[in-house]
Design a protein around this ligand. Structure first.
Ligand SMILES: [Zn+2]
Length: 129
C-alpha cells in the first residue's frame, strides 16, 4: 500500500520557496537537504545553459545535467576552457566545435577528458545515437 506523502514547503538556500512531498520517516532529513541547496531554477542557472562570446562569435551550449552539483560546476569550467581554446584556433570551413559539444551533457565525460588536449577531443566524442 502506498504510504502517505506529506506535502511541505521549505525555503532554499537561495531564498526561493520549494514545495515537495515525503513520507514521514524521510521527511526530516529530506527537508534539511533541500534547505541546504539552491532551488532547481537556481541550480540550472548555475550549471546551466551557457552562452559564450569568444572573438565575437556567440556560442550557446546546453546545460550539463548529469552529475552532482560539484561535478557539474567543474565540468562547466573544463568545457569553457576547451571551447575557448578551440574557437581561438578555429578556421573558417572547419566544423564548429560547438556542434560536437552540444550532446555532451554528462559532467563525467568532461572530467574524464580534462587532460586531453582540446584539439584531440573531437575524435574522442562518441557518435551521436
Ligand atoms: Zn532559487
Amino acid at each position: 500500500m502506498a504510504r502517505y506523502e506529506y506535502p511541505f514547503t521549505i525555503i532554499h538556500r537561495c531564498g526561493h520557496p520549494g514545495s515537495y512531498k515525503a513520507t514521514q520517516d524521510l521527511l526530516l532529513g529530506y527537508k534539511e537537504r533541500l534547505r541546504a541547496r539552491d532551488c532547481d531554477e537556481c541550480r540550472n542557472a548555475k550549471g546551466g545553459q551557457e552562452t559564450l562570446t569568444i572573438d565575437g562569435q556567440e556560442c550557446v551550449l546546453p546545460a550539463i545535467t548529469i552529475g552532482s552539483d560539484a561535478q557539474i560546476a567543474w565540468a562547466v569550467k573544463i568545457r569553457r576552457k576547451v571551447l575557448t581554446v578551440l574557437l581561438k584556433n578555429h578556421h573558417q570551413g572547419e566544423p564548429n566545435p560547438v556542434d560536437w559539444m552540444r550532446n555532451l551533457t554528462s559532467a563525467k565525460w568532461w572530467i574524464d577528458h580534462r587532460d586531453v588536449p582540446p584539439a584531440a577531443l573531437a575524435p574522442a566524442v562518441p557518435k551521436a545515437a
